[in-house]
Write a protein that binds this ligand. Sequence first.
Ligand code: SF4
Length: 346
Amino acid sequence: MVAGRTRPTNPRGYPWAVPGRTCAFQKELLAWYAKNKRPLPWRQTRDPYAILVAEVLLQQTRVDQALNYYHRFLEKFPSLRELACAGEEEVLKVWEGAGYYRRARQLVRLAKELGGRELPRTFAGLLELPGIGPYTAAAVASIAFGEPVAVVDGNVRRVLARLWAQENPTPAWLRERAQSLLDPQDPGTWNQALMELGALVCVPKQPRCSACPWAAFCAGKSDPHRFPQPRPRRVKVLRVWALAARGRQGFIFEKREGPLLGGLWGFPLVHEAQGVGKLLERYGVDRAWPIGTVRHSFTHRAVTVEVYLGFSPLQGDDPRVRPLSRLDRKILVLAEAAVVEGAPRL
Ligand code: SF4
């Protein structure tokens, strides 16, 4: 720890950042970050589009998984211009498996709306684009364009709540605290350093306080698990029925609608067992057999799917060319195994 007049003893009420210079506590975090940051590809670039893609992915996808999608996405759509020319389905195919498909659809919308223009260079300008919230706008504005605006993601929230021993920090409090810490000399690096501290040291379950550059003045370190309190999460349980209708060339898929999986393709579903009969009629299936249950969890939803297998005189689709959700991939595995095992003859 660097000693000096700017050394904070307790974060509560302490006048943190000083305009025009980098204070000791800021230098400590930046030094820690320079030594410990992971060599992630979106940290090696100032390309606003590549940073945007990374930040959108990282909102709901773990870093190790996001790496793969980041490379795939930029290889296929290396610039906003290429993305603007792409069809939604083509983009969803590249995004397949990453989940939260709304993000991919919004990226396409954003590229088309810009129509070949560059991304706005300010937080306020970025916020006006479809699908861009305060986190993404702050990340792109600070990292790509050096605007002094603080990001608040889950990692930053946890660090700040512990630093100030806050059980239930409000979004306004978090924004104000994050902004008060920001190093205006290099806000992009500062934001990444704070997020990295939350990702590597101030982690949810076993924070490594002994390795933390801010341990000397953290108000919550004696009982970090108290801060912040978990947000109440209500998980809706949903039961649906799916028809895996095997056509002449492959299974029959429908294009999904709605906010959750809209734009992707999947097995026809109904919300009541009696509705399966209608699906049989729709696809010319004489008889269907129950072949098992598939369970899948989304963030706020747990879905149980009762799967029926039948044969249809229709063509069907090759699942390799359709963007399918993880849920539908699970149903596909079950249905293909049932066909191989000869389930209909049971
Ligand atoms: S001292 Fe511990 S609880 Fe406090 S910020 Fe560092 S890692 Fe988190």
